[in-house]
Design a protein around this ligand. Structure first.
Ligand code: CMP
Length: 136
C-alpha cells in the first residue's frame, strides 16, 4: 500500500467540546502521522467553496453555517493507505451508523455536527490539502 496524505478537519462541535486531543490520540494510535496542523476560523465564502460539491444538497446552507460557527483545526495526515485508514478511524458520516471505537461514534452529535471531516479519495485529498495548505 502506498504512502498517502489526507486532510483532516476537527469541526466546530468537537473543537468547542474539547475533544481535539482525544481525537488526535485516536488518529496517532491508528498509525497516522499529523504532519501539519493549524487552527483557523472559516469565512462563509471559504466554507461554501470547500463544500461546493454539496451545493445542490438540502443541507448545504446549514452545513456552511455550522462550519463557520467556531474555530476548526485542519491537519495534514500521512501514512500507509492514509485516506481509507483515516476514514475507518472516523467512522460513518452518520454517527448512528458509525462503528464502536470510531471518532464519530464517540464524539459526533448528529449527521451534520459529526466531529470530523476526511478526504474521500486521492483526487479530493490533493484538492483539499491544496485548499488549506497550498500543497499536497
Ligand atoms: P463531511 O465528511 O464533512 O462531508 C460533508 C458533510 O455534510 C458531512 O461530513 C456532514 O457534516 C454533512 N452532511 C452529510 N449528510 C448530511 C445530511 N443528510 N444532513 C445534514 N448534514 C449532512
Amino acid at each position: 500500500m502506498s504512502l498517502q496524505k489526507t486532510l483532516s478537519i476537527i469541526k466546530p462541535d468537537a473543537y468547542k467540546a474539547g475533544h481535539t486531543n482525544a481525537i488526535n490520540s485516536m488518529i496517532e494510535n491508528a498509525g497516522l502521522i499529523i504532519v501539519k496542523k493549524k487552527e483557523l476560523q472559516l469565512t462563509k465564502e471559504q466554507a461554501q467553496k470547500f463544500y461546493s460539491v454539496h451545493s445542490e444538497k438540502p443541507f448545504y446552507d446549514e452545513l456552511c453555517d455550522f462550519m463557520i460557527s467556531g474555530p476548526i483545526i485542519v491537519q495534514m495526515l500521512e501514512g500507509k493507505d492514509a485516506i481509507n485508514l483515516y476514514r475507518k478511524v472516523m467512522g460513518a458520516t452518520n454517527p448512528e451508523e458509525a462503528e464502536e471505537n470510531t471518532i464519530r461514534k464517540k464524539f459526533a452529535n448528529s449527521i451534520q455536527e459529526n466531529a470530523v471531516h476526511g478526504s474521500d479519495s486521492e483526487e479530493n485529498a490533493v484538492k483539499e490539502l491544496e485548499f488549506f495548505f497550498n500543497e499536497n
